[in-house]
Write a protein that binds this ligand. Structure first.
Ligand SMILES: Cc1cc2nc3c(=O)[nH]c(=O)nc-3n(C[C@H](O)[C@H](O)[C@H](O)COP(=O)(O)OP(=O)(O)OC[C@H]3O[C@@H](n4cnc5c(N)ncnc54)[C@H](O)[C@@H]3O)c2cc1C
Length: 409
């Protein structure tokens, strides 16, 4: 704010709630708390609210999943997410989407996408915020947060806001290009709240050079597989070979369960009984090459790569002995690869780890050590699978927090 001479005035104000982060969780919490009668200010350092929402789901936002349930979330405490997910479910959010007249469809595996554009979801959130008289302030750089008798004093350039409650909804570290910062973790640390180590999740794997040099020829090729991590967790979806390594839904999902140095196992025939298939093919085409036989079910270039990796012998079906057949089946169904690493936060959809749930109430997301301080959304150590689960966590955790804010005396 400036005076009549253009001099910048210092503004001091008091509100019930300051929310830091105008992403999925922050906007939804603001709307609910505002509609519940609280005065709410949302601060964000970016230009536009909901930047990740706009980018999500290839621009169509996979806003929830019909099968959302606690088992689809990774956390050091798998029980923590249960209460919030049960109190504000995917069906509640679907009802809200329908109430706003937003057309949507199921793509696959319960994943719900907007028919039109992810902008519909941002507009829904902004409309809900409007209905709650929420004051949304973009391009706000937060200089400091202090605790005092009245709650929290948030200092910005040329302004300070006193709030009874402070909600941290600043997200994780993935995609710094979309405004991700470690702000939430720093605030937690400032108040003595434990932050668990973070790492990139839902992220492509990179490969060691020798294997990459062979598999790079497959860049752009996808095939259905089952992939399994060393801890036994597995996903049956497709794998995509890229010029850097491995991606596709199966790999992205598995990356959240993978630790550096571990192997992953790929089953290239997740559905077919390959032994029966080879025997039947041998009966009808004994002189057919193994390569052409396998190419009936796998991309031809993949079979060629498998040959150059010595996983598929250059034989005809009738030349293939029983032990060789077993060896081939093992190679194709238990293809062990040791990723070199992941592409990291630059391309990761989410951040694993974060604010320790042990320090928060699962009912309200409030810190047990610092009353009035709440953490919601991705900044918390709760990470969903690929497929709309992360937004559902944003909605559910935001809703739980908003209820607590509204029901405060
Ligand atoms: C490319 C991409 C696609 C995705 N697609 C999907 C999908 O289809 N379905 C799904 O469920 N999940 C998807 N996700 C994950 C999902 O976007 C996140 O889990 C979700 O946005 C988390 O919501 P949030 O509100 O906690 O954080 P965010 O949405 O990240 O919002 C955090 C906000 O805080 C602001 N902020 C950060 N630091 C500061 C600071 N220092 N000061 C002020 N403000 C700050 C940021 O500008 C941002 O607006 C996708 C993620 C990415 C990166």
């Amino acid at each position: 704010m400036v005076d009549q001479y253009g001099k910048r005035l210092f503004v001091s104000e008091q509100v019930d709630v300051v929310i830091i982060g105008a992403g999925a969780a922050g906007l939804f919490c603001a709307a609910q708390a505002g509609q519940g009668g609280r005065s709410v200010v949302v601060l964000d350092n970016g230009k536009k609210p909901g930047r990740k929402i706009l980018m999500s789901g290839g621009g169509r936002c996979n806003f929830t999943n019909m099968y959302a349930e606690p088992a689809a979330f990774v956390s050091h405490n798998p029980h923590f997410c249960k209460s919030a997910l049960a109190r504000y479910t995917q069906w509640d959010f679907i009802e809200l989407v329908s109430r706003h007249g937003i057309a949507y469809h199921e793509k696959t595996l319960g994943q719900l996408f907007c028919d039109n554009s992810a902008e519909d979801i941002v507009n829904l959130l902004l409309k809900e915020c409007d209905d709650g008289n929420v004051s949304l302030r973009m391009r706000s750089e937060i200089l400091s947060v202090e605790r005092n008798e009245g709650g929290f004093l948030v200092k910005l350039a040329g302004a300070e806001i006193q709030a009874s409650s402070l909600v941290i909804a600043s997200g994780g570290l993935s995609m710094p290009g979309l405004g991700a910062t470690p702000f939430g973790y720093k605030i937690a640390e400032q108040f003595g709240i434990n932050v668990l180590p973070t790492r990139a999740g839902l992220v492509p794997f990179t490969l060691h050079k020798p294997l990459l040099e062979v598999l790079q020829a497959l860049s752009g090729i996808a095939t259905p597989v089952t992939v399994t991590a060393e801890n036994g967790v597995s996903f049956k979806e497709s794998i995509l070979f890229t010029h850097r390594g491995l991606s596709g839904p199966a790999v992205l999902q598995l990356s959240s369960y993978w630790q550096a140095g571990e192997f992953i196992e790929i089953n290239l025939f997740p559905e077919l009984n390959i032994n029966d298939f080879l025997n039947a093919e041998r009966e009808s085409h004994p002189n057919q090459s193994l390569k052409n036989t396998l190419a009936k079910h796998l991309p031809k270039r993949l079979v060629e790569c498998l040959q150059s990796l010595d996983k598929v012998p250059e034989l005809t079906l009738k030349q293939l002995s029983s032990p060789q057949q077993q060896q081939l089946i093992d190679a194709l169904q238990q293809w062990r690869i040791q990723p070199n690493g992941t592409e990291g936060y630059r391309t990761a959809e989410v951040t694993l780890g974060g604010v320790d749930t042990k320090a928060l109430s699962s009912k309200s997301m409030e810190s047990s050590q610092v009353p009035g301080l709440y953490f919601i959304g991705e900044v918390v150590d709760v990470t969903g699978w690929l497929g709309g689960y992360n937004f559902q966590w944003a909605w559910s955790s935001a809703w739980a927090c908003a209820q607590a804010l509204v029901n405060q005396p």
